[in-house]
Design a protein around this ligand. Sequence first.
Ligand code: AMP
Length: 533
Amino acid sequence: MLGLMMEKPLLVGSLLEHAERFHPEQQVVSRLSNGGVVYHRYKELARRTRQLANTLLALGVKPGDRVATLAWNTHRHLELYYACAGIGAVCHTLNPRLHTDQLSYIIEHAEDTLLFFDIDLSPLVAKLAGARAGLMRWVALGTEAETAKAMLEGCLAYEELLSAQSDELVWPELDERAACSLCYTSGTTGNPKGVLYSHRSTVLHALVSALPDCAALSAHSVVMPVVPMFHVNAWGMPYAALLTGAKLVMPGNGLDGASLYKLMLMEKVTLALGVPTIWQSVLNYLDERQLKLDDLREVFIGGAALDKTLLQRFEAMGVTVLQAWGMTELSPIGVVNRPLPDSGRLGAKHFEQEKLKQGRGIWGVDLRLVNDNGQALNWDGTSAGHLHVRGHWVAGQYFKQAESACTTDGWFATGDIAHIDHRGFLKLTDRSKDVIKSGGEWISSLELELAAQSHAAVAQAAVIGIPDAKWSERPLLILTLKSGCEIDLGSIREHLQNHVPSWWLPDRLEVIEQMPLGATGKVHKQSLRERFN
Ligand code: AMP
């Protein structure tokens, strides 16, 4: 027997309608590329989004069309998210840190028809101007005067387009399975692959990410996604904030310690989200000037592993650190680390070890671990294996790829290696392509890197496997150092042996000036392999 409740599709537009009706005065604060800060209320955001949707329709955008953005976190980018989704089009976020060849490939592959860009990114846009020649129109995210000043010929100006349109619109009824946004993975090998999110997956992800044991959002929260809107939809915060009526603070391209500190202080940010490297620069800025952020209660850290020093530095400021693990294919949240009611009784050392794990499962994402033969592993906190997931916001297939992205029994193989303990806390030990197989056993490059990073002289650490006649592979440790510091193989090995088994200790060390970083701010191990192998 079927239930007799109404069936209302889960649509992204409903989040904006809710925010406009029930939190009309709540603010979206944006730092623009010229350094100025502008304020919009949710009621204005909704009005401008309808004008933008009318603009898109006037420009001929049809349901399913991909509309590209090359933009920082601002209210305008948010308007694009909602206007595209609202008319059944797809907001395709491009990462400006990618190489132009990769961007051109992605634009061609997605068959984008329009590209909206922040004016400070116009040198990059000029390099892409040949992409989809004759088929693409370009819109600069500013006024006509700003566009003219930047000498952007042939571009449309966002603000003039909007003001020429009515702010009235009846949003179409859409299928909740319709696509609403598209983000390509920043894969280090092969071509990037498109993850095509649906209205349904996005709304369910927003609902769960707002829960108390996840980001714990409410109308009292002041949320600053430092993670860019082109990196897995700023971890879903542009949706979860409107769902809950939280104030949204958008840092634009001001991602240095000084700009972030100023904005967080001014807007009384309570929750900020970003990758570890961002927080290191913020904390260095605060420490050097003996500053504090009294309103900041929680930071949400993901994208790369949280190290002990970062955790301790935030805790010393009275800020709770929440680690999460996820990926583009998971919208992105997979597990989140919130203590359990009895975590405090574990004792300080164990409690800290638990906090350094990536986190526990959340409703909506199933987890499993399997060995190389596909057999399920126990959740005993030591048996490491391939992490598989499935759930409401997990990719089943990549954009324009005929085959499924899943195993034959319907799981998505994340490419990560992890173990899970009996309390459900997952600890990531490696990427499967980074794990070092030495004498038939696995060495976790991630754990070695975290251990090396806890040395006072070390700024950044990376570990790669190099071929070895006897052991097949051995770890090579690559470091950048804090200014004025020195280190040698003997002293780092001495430090490491307090943290990892002795057979993991690297027999070779390379100190380099600068760590190569990929487009999402993570260490680009492929270029290290090319350099040192
Ligand atoms: P992306 O799709 O670019 O967001 O990258 C996803 C990958 O980042 C995951 O598969 C992990 O390898 C890594 N990652 C994400 N969160 C964490 C975390 N908390 N700790 C360690 N690695 C992480």
